[in-house]
Design a binder for this molecule. Sequence first.
Ligand code: PLP
Length: 446
Amino acid sequence: MIAPTLSSIPATSAILHRSFSKEYPTAASGQGVYIQDHTGRLVLDGSSGAAVSCLGHGHKKVIEAIVEQAQQMSFAHTSFFTSDPAENLASVLISTCPDVFSKVMFVSSGSEAVESALKLARQYHLCNGQPDRHIFISRRFAYHGNTLGALSAGFNPPRRDPFQPMLSQAFRHVSPCFFTRDGLPGEDEESYVDRLVAEYETTISSLGSEKIAAIIVEPVSGATLGAVPAARGYLGRLRELCDRYGCLLIFDEVMCGMGRVGTMHAWQSLGGIAPDLQTIGKGLGAGYQPISAILIANKVHAVLERNHEQRPFVSGHTYQGHSIGCAAALATQRAIAEDKLLDNVRRMGERLSRRLKKETPMLKEVRGLGLFQAVEFATATATPPGSSIAAAVASTCLENGVAVYLCSSAVDAVLFAPPFIISESEIDKLVDVFVQSVKQTIEKAK
Ligand code: PLP
């Protein structure tokens, strides 16, 4: 940790911060699972920011890789050049599933990755001689990012509402997949999935199946609903629908992917149903550099390649494939493999889930996979005036030195997504502080 020398000066800050009223401490340094602010206060990063910092902070090998690449060659535009880190990173990513994916496109944020995946789906159909296919089916309460295309695909009302007139009409939203909440009394998981598939069928036939470009879903819903894994059989049924109607299946794994749930790709923990296009971000570069990507299946790439002369994919970004971002992500992925961190994700995820369930029986549900777990509060729990329980607990937790992520207003829940390097004693501290914060919040509200 460095000595705390920086000060927090929000009143004079020239930054348009996320909130006008909040005072932001300055993050001065970080080590392991801790961030230190300008006053020297340590905060346990219990959600890796927003499921980003999977290696924690101050990882030497990643920092060295960034420095080395910056000294060697910082930026060369991808219209002219490729780079070793980008080529090597793409090969590493393909090697996670060589039977499924054959190409990778690198961009800088999750939203950009989603935009590119949507465009690639459209491009696939153009190259395949099906120009009518332009409609995307996604789900209510999905989150796919904040740029206009990604916002159109997603369904987070507070984020969408101000921009509603600017959103695309090419998106239709069906029900989310949330069996433990939306399953009817007496309905089993299989019948619930049948019901959701019937809704897709009705939507597809009312729009005209020949117009559907793709279905896009998060295999484990993250920011809006809070770590909700797809119900058993759901992803396989979507695969069948897409194959039957000739549209593509896109998995948005920006938040739940890259090892977060204990397998490299979340769909590998959910029956092994692979998509045609997959977005990844956040944990890809562990927050050391902004980088995201789209993994492209063999089937899609073959069609794009066959027609590239008549129909080139015209959608580049200045910083796509940035060599320093790729070097950071390559070092991140190597560290995850060399240190066998996915084993730790599974073991610590199991401990986190077990301890949360045991220690917090007053809560409605503890759910999730690996180190991607959410706690939802029972509506009967006392609410402090003007605040959801989750918001009040998250704020008390932060006062007590632990950061947890507040889910959207669609659920009263907080998300735990600590770094993959977290130890047993740090998991215990995370849970202890959380439980104490829940008690304090309820006490304050009385
Ligand atoms: N997709 C999903 C599933 C996400 O959770 C997010 C961000 O939380 C995004 C896309 C957008 O990523 P970014 O904020 O990097 O643009």
